[in-house]
Ligand binder design. Structure first.
Ligand SMILES: Cc1cc2nc3c(=O)[nH]c(=O)nc-3n(C[C@H](O)[C@H](O)[C@H](O)COP(=O)(O)OP(=O)(O)OC[C@H]3O[C@@H](n4cnc5c(N)ncnc54)[C@H](O)[C@@H]3O)c2cc1C
Length: 346
């Protein structure tokens, strides 16, 4: 942990949380010459740590475009590549993705999508997958699908912040924040603003009582097997995604559930196991099970803005299940506001 001098005086901002949102915001701020401190409780409740980091251009059984504009996927790749260069790390991978479609809704969506001229071109897979998995009624192949290795990303970002003496490993209690005099004071540190990037545990944040959350928990299985080509994501509604730096390890997921009961959790894991079992023909072993919570707002759209009561307290949250695609633009335009100091209404 970076040792911190609490008599540092006034910094531009404090960011609570070093997940995807907090990391991207911190990086953007530092690149733009703002002085910031990030406070994170060692990823205790991190969704980013669990995420596979896939930016699948066509999601769900309806093959819904991830983003309105298909070129945005290429822009995202460019964004994360530039970030890699800035951090001196390698966490962006580009895979081919093979989609297998079985249900009537998936097949109908496929027939509809191949008639359209917008979006990616759906070409048949270049190889036969039927000895490795259940291939369904239709299949198509996409290329250069970006995926962020979130473990490497979080570590690289942590090292970057430590180099800038801008990371404190601690939990922030909402009660310790004083923003009564047009500035924010937290444990002796003074800042012009503080932005919460807490993820799912932001539910109940007293500075944003009007924000209602509908978080979605999920499990991911780590699976070990031989005979599966690397740099390929298989997707039959659930994805099987290679783990970087391993020829045998893959992530399979993710499940979705809303209730924290033990019963729901056990059902979610069992459901994922049997889905894998019915999809994969290659011998495999489940090495571990990971659980996380997608931060979702009830209104479904992500939020980046300011507290109605305190103009110095902000929040970026509600990235949902597609944070990698959603976060960059959201964070960039938020940082733009910080730079032009529009938020200081005092
Ligand atoms: C199973 C699963 C699979 C997923 N797969 C994908 C995928 O393939 N592609 C994709 O784009 N997205 C995926 N996601 C979604 C993605 O993980 C989220 O959209 C994104 O990571 C959310 O980032 P965040 O920064 O808002 O929250 P988080 O990653 O949760 O970060 C919040 C951070 O703040 C810390 N913190 C919270 N409160 C405090 C406090 N008071 N004091 C100090 N620190 C605090 C937490 O410990 C954490 O480190 C998946 C999510 C899950 C659960």
């Amino acid at each position: 942990m970076a040792r911190f001098n609490r008599s540092i005086g006034l910094v531009d901002g404090i960011i609570v949380g070093q997940g995807l949102a907090g990391s991207l915001l911190a990086h953007e701020c530092i690149q733009n010459g703002l002085t910031i401190l990030v406070v994170d409780d060692k990823h205790k409740t991190s969704s980013t740590k669990v995420a596979a980091g896939i930016m699948n251009p066509l999601v769900g059984p309806r093959l819904t475009p991830l983003l309105q504009d298909y070129d945005a996927i290429q822009r995202l790749s460019k964004y994360y590549k530039a970030l890699q260069n800035s951090l001196g790390a390698s966490f962006l991978h580009e895979h081919r993705l093979i989609r297998f479609l079985s249900t009537p809704l998936e097949c109908q969506s496929y027939r509809h999508r191949i008639t359209r001229s917008d979006g990616p071109k759906l070409v048949p897979p270049t190889q036969d997958w039927s000895h490795r998995c259940v291939i369904g009624e239709h299949q198509f192949e996409l290329h250069a699908v970006p995926q962020v290795d979130t473990t490497v990303f979080l570590d690289a970002m942590k090292n970057f912040l430590m180099r800038h003496n801008a990371l404190i490993n601690q939990r922030v209690s909402h009660n310790d924040i004083d923003c009564s005099e047009g500035q924010v004071n937290w444990q002796g540190l003074r800042a012009k603003w503080l932005v919460f990037c807490e993820g799912a545990v932001g539910d109940g944040n007293p500075f944003f009582p009007e924000k209602k959350f509908k978080n979605a928990m999920g499990h991911v299985l780590k699976v070990r097997m031989e005979g599966m080509p690397k740099k390929t994501i298989l997707n039959h509604g659930k994805w099987l995604c290679p783990v970087a730096n391993s020829d045998q390890d893959f992530l399979y997921g993710a499940s979705t559930f809303w209730n924290q009961t033990m019963n729901q959790q056990a059902q979610s894991i069992r459901g994922l196991q049997s889905s894998l079992q019915s999809f994969l023909k290659l011998p495999h072993a489940i090495v571990s099970v990971h659980e996380g919570t997608r931060p979702c707002l009830a209104q479904q759209r992500p939020f980046a803005g300011w507290s109605q009561k305190h103009s110095t307290i902000g929040m970026i949250n509600g990235l949902g299940g597609q944070g990698m695609a959603v976060a960059p633009d959201l964070v960039r335009s938020f940082c733009q506001q910080l730079r032009v100091n529009k938020v200081m209404k005092t």
